[in-house]
Design a binder for this molecule. Structure first.
Ligand code: VG1
Ligand code: CO
Length: 538
């Protein structure tokens, strides 16, 4: 007798994401949370961390999760004041206070509000997203669950730091910013950054009315001395001011325009709804996330906490191979994982990699087990301060040494799910015959469906995207999003490598024109989706 409207939807790349209206159905969030509590490992006296990006419905779910945690035998819950914890800050709190795990409430860069998106994700004791084995178990539980447990208790005051009791459990409301800001101060050379700020280095940080506002204001303006007003859109709003809190060139267009204009500060940066993504733009120079990973890795020695301890670099499969060249030059290992931060967890725990990144504006390191937007901004600042150069100069020097991976991602959003599935099925059906075929100027060298075997626990994740590699080293990758909430989203990733001897200052669109044409010819995007152009190019 299932007591729930939960439709057994599999949690995607980053947990469960649905429209707020779906989450508001009686028993829906409760089913998912109870399924988590039923299957995850924890000892007696366990601590749970709770926090979210502050979007609409955040507080309601936090109050309910507190009552349910009390009924499920947790001894202590740590909640960010106001129900706020950025995703990387939640990861840090889980690790620092040795919690058995945490519930992170967010739909990341998706819009918020009564008619928009909500999400819940479970992070394990290492502070990272639950690995596939755990998410599979949670999902299996949601299909059989018949009850959820709660205590009868009134809502608590989420805005007052301190300790209250709910049932037999202590609820501790903590400052969401302090622990995180202290960690950043331990990792980076704040004196060096203060030095360039004092000599006139300027920046603009767009918090996109999302969770990073309070974090950025504390760290950039209060601790590093950037002028008041450096952080814009710094107050978290339940609907993000009606915008997509997605730090890309479309949704952070105002920042991009500023950085390309005459009044550009030295650095422009932004983060997403839950604070785990980052956008980096120098004066007149956009840095692709794939390049950012490579450039940060190549210069990581500038940051005190990383000196002499780079063991390896990991990137998700669709991320460009720019980082691979850095790993090779530095003599450290390089790993290619499926999309989603959870795949970096084992590598980080085993000390096999120090820095990780994804093409989708995610970069992070072994300091927590999530990607971390402000961390990436601070590492950039640390590097620029120590090297005393601009973002543009750093990028040019990097390409002159390693070559340049021209790169773009084309997203076809909200397409018909059957069409998207048919497109992927047709790609799979062609895999064995693609090699040797020519598409315009390009000849296919190899095509496969990406499958990953975790080098630590041996688990296998198959069907993680279709890779088409061309002679000469360029490539196209196709995969369907696991985070959308409407229809399907097709992502097409395009990459073309230019060695140091080639043209390092070309237009990205022109450099990828052959790959774009080949992608259409191979996948029949227009035929399957009815779309002749992507909705978003990043
Ligand atoms: C997207 C990105 C992926 C990222 C995931 C979660 O997933 O492509 O790289 O890890 O979002 O990021 P998908 O399945 O839609 O391509 V976040 O900031 O939403 O936690
Ligand atoms: Co995010």
């Amino acid at each position: 007798m299932p007591t729930t409207p939960f439709d057994g939807q599999k949690p995607g790349t980053s947990g469960l994401r649905k429209k707020v209206k779906v989450f508001q159905q009686p028993g829906y969030a409760e089913n998912f949370i109870q399924s988590v509590f039923d299957v995850v490992e924890r000892g007696a006296g366990a601590t749970l961390v709770l926090g979210g990006d502050g979007r609409f419905h955040n507080r309601a779910v936090i109050q309910q999760a507190i009552r349910m945690a009390a009924a499920n035998g947790y001894a202590r819950v740590l909640v960010g004041r106001g129900g706020i914890l950025s995703t990387p800050a939640a990861s840090n709190v889980i690790r620092k206070y040795k919690a058995s795990g945490g519930l992170v409430l967010s739909a990341s860069h998706n819009p918020g509000g009564p008619d928009e998106d909500f999400g819940i994700k479970y992070n394990i004791a290492n502070g990272g997203p639950a690995p596939e084995g755990v998410t599979e178990a949670i999902h299996a539980r949601t299909t059989t669950i018949e009850r959820w447990l709660t205590v009868e208790a009134a809502d608590i005051d989420l805005d007052a730091v301190g300790i209250v009791e709910v049932g037999d459990m202590n609820v501790e409301i903590i400052d969401p910013v302090a622990d995180y800001a202290n960690l950043m101060e331990e990792l980076f050379d704040f004196d060096a950054i203060r030095g360039i700020v004092a000599s006139g280095f300027t920046m603009c940080f767009d918090a996109m009315s999302a969770v990073t506002g309070p974090y950025a204001t504390e760290i950039l303006e209060r601790r590093l001395g950037f002028a008041a007003g450096t952080v814009v859109n710094g107050i978290p709003l339940e609907d993000f001011g009606g915008h997509h809190p997605d730090p890309n060139l479309i949704h952070a267009k105002a920042l991009h325009d500023l950085m390309m204009g005459p009044d550009a500060p030295d650095l422009g940066a932004a983060s997403d709804g839950d604070g785990d993504r980052n956008l980096i733009i120098g004066r007149g120079r956009f840095v692709t996330p794939s390049d950012s990973l490579a450039m940060l890795a190549a210069n990581i020695e500038c940051a005190p906490a990383y000196r002499n301890r780079l063991t390896g670099i990991a990137r998700s499969m669709p991320t460009s191979a720019a980082a691979d060249r850095v790993a090779e030059a530095l003599g450290v290992r390089c790993f290619e994982t499926p999309t989603g931060w959870k795949f970096f967890g084992n590598l980080l725990d085993a000390g096999m990699v120090t820095i990780c990144g994804e093409e989708s504006a995610g970069t992070g390191s072994d300091h927590v087990r999530e990607k971390d937007g402000l961390w990436a901004v601070l590492l950039w600042l640390n590097i620029l301060a120590v090297r005393g150069i601009s973002v543009d100069e750093l990028a040019r020097l990097h390409w002159a040494r390693f070559g340049r991976n021209y790169y773009a991602r084309h997203d076809y959003e909200g397409v018909d799910k059957d069409g998207a599935d048919a497109l992927m099925a047709a790609l799979v059906a062609q895999l064995d015959t693609l090699a040797g075929q020519a598409f315009g100027a390009l000849e296919v060298a190899k095509a496969d469906s990406f499958s990953y075997t975790d080098p630590v626990d041996g688990s296998v994740s198959a069907n993680q995207g279709i890779r088409v590699l061309f002679e000469g080293g360029s490539r196209v990758v196709f995969r369907l999003s696991g985070t959308g909430t409407a229809g399907a989203t097709l992502r097409v990733y395009l990459e073309n490598y230019m060695p140091p001897s080639g043209d390092l200052d070309a237009d990205t669109g022109a450099m990828l024109a052959d790959q774009i044409a080949a992608a259409e010819a191979i996948a029949g995007i227009a035929r399957h989706t009815g779309r002749t152009a992507p909705d978003v190019v990043t």
